[in-house]
Design a protein around this ligand. Structure first.
Ligand SMILES: Nc1ncnc2c1ncn2[C@@H]1O[C@H](COP(=O)(O)OP(=O)(O)OP(=O)(O)O)[C@@H](O)[C@H]1O
Length: 305
């Protein structure tokens, strides 16, 4: 897995150009500060894992990008120009697709019917052949293992359902695809199948934002990990440079808690090799960060490079 570039000089070597950037995005719900000054950058052909504890702001951030919530302040730049996302239609028009955890598939309808629900091809009348050809084309892009596109969703496995939901998100030809916990509740084989899909999306040049609580998945498939804590940025890391303990430390805002101690007992490492990495953006001072030994969380300028 290639490390993310961090310097302007190396920008040309980056796998893809910047497609989506957030700067200072803030969202309140009444007195609750769900997001404060969030900066984030997504490139073409990059898988960015968005991680954080419960209530860290991940869903709110996704909903801001999906046009469900409007940001109170901050700038969102899409393909180099500032944009306003005030509705799901805005997001779709820009090329930001979101696959929510519930997948929103109709159990009794088959794969083609689900893919085209609400946007059936109709040159005069329903173009069944055209839809079927397009369905296979989308599934082929994902190297998907679906036996037939006329099978009802109810007969598919969790991984196959995720495949159909992701294929449907590709219909609008999006540049950025947001996946909300795509492997939650899946078994080992199905998780592997979904991680393969994520890799296909990257190969096809999409920018992928993947919310996940699963460190193994994050380390297996992401290029970059962005940590949210209490609604703020708490570190952006290249996966190549970071361990699961580093990420957990940034999520929890501490190196010395029960979770990180358990993780380091399983994989003993010298403290100098695997220090805490959280750049404590929330200023609560409980995240230990050492400039000498830190696995180099990227600055916001670097992630935008
Ligand atoms: N519609 C809403 N109204 C009021 N408060 C909200 C709303 N949505 C989210 N919040 C609050 O914003 C904060 C961030 O919540 P959010 O759901 O974005 O976190 P999360 O990281 O997605 O958590 P989880 O992993 O549990 O889904 C929380 O304090 C939450 O209670």
């Amino acid at each position: 897995m290639t490390a993310q570039v961090t310097t302007p000089a190396a920008t040309a070597a980056h796998e893809g150009a910047e497609v989506l950037a957030l700067e200072g995005v803030t969202k309140h719900f009444g007195a609750v500060a769900a997001l404060t000054d969030i900066d984030l950058t997504v490139h073409r052909g990059e898988v960015l894992a968005l991680v954080g504890d419960n209530g860290a702001g991940k869903s709110t951030l996704v909903k801001v990008l999906a046009g469900v919530h409007s940001a109170d302040s901050g700038t969102i730049t899409f393909e180099g120009r500032p944009v306003r996302i005030t509705s799901p239609a805005d997001a779709q028009e820009l090329g930001i697709a979101t696959v929510y955890q519930d997948l929103a598939l109709c159990e009794n309808l088959n794969v083609v019917e689900n893919l085209f629900l609400g946007r059936e091809l109709r040159p005069g009348r329903l173009d069944e052949v055209g839809m079927e050809i397009k369905a296979w084309e989308l599934l082929r892009q994902l190297s998907a293992k679906i036996p037939t596109v006329r099978i009802p969703i109810a007969s598919l496995s969790g991984g196959q359902r995720q495949t159909v939901a992701i294929a449907r998100s590709l219909l609008g030809d999006p540049k950025v695809i947001i996946l909300d916990e795509p492997t939650a509740a899946l078994g080992v084989a199905q998780t592997a199948e979904v991680l393969n899909l994520v890799e296909r999306l990257r190969e096809n040049g999409h920018g992928v934002v993947m919310i996940s609580h699963n460190m193994a998945d994050v380390l297996a498939v992401a290029d970059t990990v962005a940590v949210l804590r209490l609604g703020r940025n708490n570190g952006v890391f290249r996966v190549a440079d970071v361990s699961a303990e580093d990420i957990i430390a940034a999520i929890t805002g501490a190196t010395d808690n029960a979770v990180t101690q358990r993780a380091s007992k399983r994989t003993p490492t010298a403290p100098a090799d695997h220090p805490a990495s959280a750049s404590s953006a929330d200023g609560d001072g409980d995240a230990a960060t050492s400039p000498e030994t830190d696995p180099t969380p990227m600055t916001n300028e670097e992630t935008r490079a």
